[in-house]
Design a protein. Structure first.
Length: 58
């Protein structure tokens, strides 16, 4: 995700929504549940993702 972050927060947010929308199939409750499931992995704010190798230890 750090590599994609370099392309910009707007791009990443749009990409994630494009994955959520078909999975939710128009069900807003399901879409929110999917987002809630992604939050622990991605975080609440995409701006917190750091695009660097130092933070990963590589």
């Amino acid at each position: 995700m750090q590599l994609v972050k370099a392309a910009g927060v707007t791009f990443v947010a749009s990409m994630i929504e494009r994955v959520i929308e078909p999975s939710a199939r128009g069900d807003l409750t399901r879409a929110e549940a999917i987002r809630a499931g992604l939050a622990p992995v991605v975080g609440e704010d995409l701006r917190g993702i750091v695009a660097c190798s130092r933070c990963c230890g590589t």
